[in-house]
Design a protein around this ligand. Structure first.
Ligand SMILES: CC(C)(COP(=O)(O)OP(=O)(O)OC[C@H]1O[C@@H](n2cnc3c(N)ncnc32)[C@H](O)[C@@H]1OP(=O)(O)O)[C@@H](O)C(=O)NCCC(=O)NCCS
Length: 163
């Protein structure tokens, strides 16, 4: 297993990963088939992320997971980054997410980022266990934040201050 930064040459594999994750998990924003991003759009998205960090987990040349830390755009919030991540089902439980978080924290310290935050569906116990383990604390609840299969879903907002 190798973890490395994304480049625009990964656009196709990254798009394929996102589409597969949309099929596999109900804990994220997109419904299966809802994502309409083209390859060209994805290349542009990746090149536009110079201030952010996207890491890929690679297994036998296959992209099997990602983490994105998106930095605030303004002087007043660029000390803060918002995190998204997911790992393909087949590769979960092998420590990939923990490796991702360690790398994100290293990047945060090198780039003067003081706060990491994320949102998680309150039913996503595996992810909440992971975030607790990585030192994130719950800051509040977004009521009825998503509508999944006709049911409203609450999200926890969680954050970690990097000293
Ligand atoms: C949440 C997710 C990213 C974890 O990735 P992962 O690579 O499987 O996690 P790791 O193997 O590094 O495990 C880290 C910790 O997460 C928790 N965890 C992960 N899988 C778990 C499981 N099946 N059951 C219980 N806890 C679990 C545990 O606390 C684990 O620590 P431990 O190994 O010391 O017990 C992954 O399950 C996933 O992609 N889920 C679907 C998409 C998603 O929910 N993304 C997050 C949206 S907010």
């Amino acid at each position: 297993m190798n973890i490395r930064k994304i480049t625009s040459e990964d656009a196709q594999a990254y798009l394929a990963l996102q589409n597969k994750l949309d099929e596999e998990t109900e804990f994220r924003a997109y419904e299966p088939g809802e994502r309409k991003t083209t390859l060209e759009e994805m290349e542009k998205i990746i090149s536009s992320k110079q201030e952010d960090l996207i890491l890929l987990a690679i297994h036998d040349d296959e992209v099997v997971g990602y983490i994105e830390a998106e930095r605030g755009k303004f002087n007043r919030n660029k000390h803060s980054a918002h995190i998204n991540l997911a790992v393909l089902k087949k590769f979960q439980g092998r420590g990939i997410a923990k490796l991702f978080f360690n790398e994100v924290e290293r990047w945060a310290k090198l780039n003067h980022i003081h706060r990491l935050d994320l949102c998680v569906f309150i039913s996503n116990t595996n992810a909440i266990n992971l975030y607790n383990k990585m030192g994130f604390v719950k800051e509040g609840t977004k009521k009825d934040s998503f509508l999944v299969d006709g049911n409203y879903v609450d999200e926890f907002m969680m954050a970690k201050i990097i000293e």
